[in-house]
Ligand binder design. Structure first.
Ligand SMILES: NC(=O)c1ccc[n+]([C@@H]2O[C@H](COP(=O)([O-])OP(=O)(O)OC[C@H]3O[C@@H](n4cnc5c(N)ncnc54)[C@H](OP(=O)(O)O)[C@@H]3O)[C@@H](O)[C@H]2O)c1
Length: 235
């Protein structure tokens, strides 16, 4: 199947790494469905990519809302009838500089709702379609902050959310084994975005590269892995 026949859904594309992922996929000729919780910002971002390719689409999505996810699922079914890849990029980091003993529960709740339940609900919405198609790629955008192998302190709710997202990645990969649906986690590295901050050495385009690679893996590619710069890293 040619790239322009595929549909790739990316969450949190109004800025940062998500927008760079959308741009690179569009440049490779894929049909890209951009999403954001703020429609005006998301539409503006989509418009900024359309000069390069006609295959850029947009729909609002708040990953913390089941109703919003159901509306996206209906839209995709009606307009495209397929979903070839899902990039779970949208996330929050609300507790930079905080210690695990001090963080309020509402910060933990919002972070887990956004960074874990959001991707889980989106997978529940779209993986059944991928299974039917016998083709699907899921990329959970994780972080080195979630690596048990290197666990330190700071950003406790963010770290816990990425540990959970990594566990979810492994469970999903097991659940869909043998179906040509490949599920992986990606760390983009430390990237200069609103979340990464101005001192980060990587551009959003550099951070997006490994995510785009996983979203477009050939049949027989890896599943149930954690990657940075297209190379496996420890959980
Ligand atoms: N930057 C880094 O150094 C770094 C390192 C490791 C991993 N990551 C991961 O890379 C991914 C992208 O990060 P980034 O640096 O590009 O962050 P960012 O610039 O803060 O962008 C985050 C995106 O997520 C969206 N988002 C947040 N909550 C949402 C919700 N409830 N529904 C829909 N969208 C929502 C934001 O939309 P709004 O504009 O509406 O808030 C924004 O588009 C995240 O998963 C992050 O954990 C980043």
């Amino acid at each position: 199947m040619r790239p322009e026949e595929r549909l790739i859904i990316v969450t949190g594309t109004n800025r940062g790494i998500g927008l760079a992922v959308g741009r690179q996929l569009a440049q490779q000729g894929y049909r890209v469905l951009l999403t954001s919780r703020d429609e005006a910002k998301g539409q503006a971002a989509a418009a900024s990519l359309r000069h390069a390719t006609p295959h850029v689409f947009y729909h609002p999505l708040d990953v913390t809302s089941q109703e919003s996810i159901a509306r996206l699922r209906d839209f995709v079914g009606r307009e495209f009838g397929r979903a070839d890849a899902l990039v779970n990029n949208a996330a929050v980091c609300l507790d930079d500089g905080r210690d695990v003993l001090d963080v309020e529960m509402d910060i933990f709740r919002t972070t887990i709702e956004t960074n874990v339940f959001g991707p889980l609900l989106l997978c529940q919405a779209f993986i059944p379609l991928m299974r039917e198609q016998k083709y699907g790629r899921v990329v959970n955008v994780s972080s080195g902050a979630g690596q048990i192998a290197n666990m330190v302190h700071g950003k406790p709710s963010y770290r816990m959310s990425k540990i959970a997202l990594n566990g979810l990645t492994l469970m999903l990969a097991y659940s869909v084994r043998g179906t040509n649906v490949l599920v992986n986690a990606a760390c983009p590295g430390w990237v200069h975005t609103d979340m990464g901050g101005p001192a980060a050495p990587r551009s959003p385009e550099q951070g997006a590269d490994g995510i785009v690679w996983l979203a477009t893996l050939p049949d027989g590619g890896p599943s149930g892995g954690f990657f940075r710069d297209r190379k496996p890293i420890p959980w």
